[in-house]
Design a protein around this ligand. Structure first.
Ligand code: SF4
Length: 420
């Protein structure tokens, strides 16, 4: 549903892990002993749950989802429930954050939510859990919201993407923008006040004025949180095919950069803090679940194609509903790695420097020291600082505001300093 959350939760492996994996591959890997060896001392306190159904495939989407076969929903929820019960031994402290993403979680029938939420609550819910569910505006009903709230859900992340029907059509995103407003109002009336909206900019055919209008339409709904991502043409998506055949054109780079800057400025003046490059929150409403990813903390996972991380061990559940349904215990895996220290550190840099809080430089240098790279990373950071790309404050490295547009280049430079 949401570009941001999906990207975080599902693309860590291919994006970050390079050729130096100390991999454990194969579908027969048993995750249980691997996790048991790490817990304690690792104490995962976040859980991501992936629901794989959508009622239509948006053209920009490369996330694992299948066009709904309602007949599979019941079986899926039974399997998910048993998987969650199998995760319980690893959640001694229950969950500080739970995030149900997809796919389109709100496509699951209300009676299935009623069946599955008490199990999730028994496994992981605490009084203070940040419990988010991704929602498609078309599928939000008061009946469903009441069930979600009764089950402990206190945060809704609504995939608005754009309020412009023409641009939604370009994305082949099937919802009526009016339903975003309706979903927000319904959520508030049901008692959910922590509301996030996802928006996409740099859509083919979008003007700066179009983007201004989308931002204003989103702000008028007074969300507590906004995720604003530039459109990416993911390989093998219908949108990428339309790009390669000239049916759509990429937006001019300068225009995209201007949209990025306009976003930061407008949301800043509206009282939102850019706590991550693409994520903005009213004070106290940062998404703690996503912060766990960016801070390289531990999280458990359930559902096909979901990725998990505990004490350096990373894995991805197989993106295959049939295999998932046929399995028992924890989900079958498609990947399971213990990345080398250099890869792990590169990953920490890549995620941590996206945050406005930055990354603790002493811990980076200590980790780099383990494989003899402390000096070179320190020198590279100093170079970046001299060039005005990086600041050091209270022992933390942060990207300067002026360098955010070239964040990938700067972070890439630091990561390259870790190369053998
Ligand atoms: S709603 Fe669209 S973007 Fe979200 S998972 Fe489904 S197809 Fe992908």
């Amino acid at each position: 549903m949401s570009a941001g959350n999906h990207r975080l939760s599902q693309t860590l492996h291919p994006t970050i892990l390079g050729a130096d994996r100390q991999g454990i591959y194969g579908q027969s890997v048993d995750l249980v002993p691997l996790l048991t060896g790490r817990i304690p001392p690792a104490r995962p306190q976040s859980v991501y749950v992936h629901t794989p159904f959508c009622f239509h495939k948006c053209h920009y989407c490369d996330f694992y989802s299948i066009v709904d076969t309602s007949d599979k929903q019941e079986e899926f929820v039974s399997r998910l429930s048993s998987e969650l019960l199998n995760l319980q031994p690893f959640l001694a402290h229950r969950a500080r954050t739970i995030f149900i993403g997809g796919g389109t979680p709100t496509l699951l029938s209300p009676h299935l939510w009623e069946r599955f939420l008490p199990i999730l609550a028994a496994v992981g819910l605490r009084a203070d859990t940040e419990f988010s569910v991704e929602a498609n505006p078309e599928t939000v009903t008061r009946e469903l919201l009441d069930i979600l709230v009764a089950g402990g859900v206190n945060r809704l992340s609504i995939g608005a993407q754009s309020f412009n029907p023409r641009l939604l059509k370009t994305l082949e995103r099937w919802h009526d923008p009016a339903n975003v407003t309706r979903a927000v109002e319904l959520a508030r009336s049901a008692g959910v006040h922590n509301l996030s909206l996802d928006l996409i900019f740099a859509i083919p055919g979008q003007s700066l004025d179009d983007w201004h209008r989308d931002l204003e339409a989103a702000l008028a709904l007074r969300p507590t949180h906004l995720s604003c991502y530039a459109l990416t043409f993911e390989p093998n998506t219908p949108l990428a095919v339309r790009l390669s055949t000239g049916q759509v054109r990429r937006l001019d780079e300068d225009l995209e950069a201007e949209m990025f800057l306009v976003t930061r400025e407008r949301l800043r003046t509206a009282g939102y803090k850019a706590y991550e490059i693409s994520n903005f929150a009213k004070p106290g409403y940062e998404c703690h679940h996503n912060l766990a990813y960016w801070r390289n903390e531990d999280w458990l996972t359930a559902g096909p194609s979901a990725s998990g991380h505990v004490a350096g061990l990373r894995w991805k559940n197989a993106p295959h509903l049939g295999r998932y349904l046929a399995s028992q215990g924890l989900a079958p895996l498609s990947e399971c790695d213990v990345p080398k220290p250099a890869t792990r550190l590169a990953e920490r840099l890549m995620m941590g420097l996206r945050l406005s809080e930055g990354i603790d430089s002493a811990s980076v240098l200590a980790d780099a020291e383990l494989f003899g790279k402390a000096e070179v990373i320190s020198a590279t950071a100093l170079e970046c600082e001299r060039a005005g790309h990086l600041h050091t404050e209270n022992g933390r490295w942060t990207l300067s505001e002026a360098s955010l547009l070239i964040a990938d280049t700067i972070i890439g430079g630091l990561m390259r300093a870790l190369d053998p």
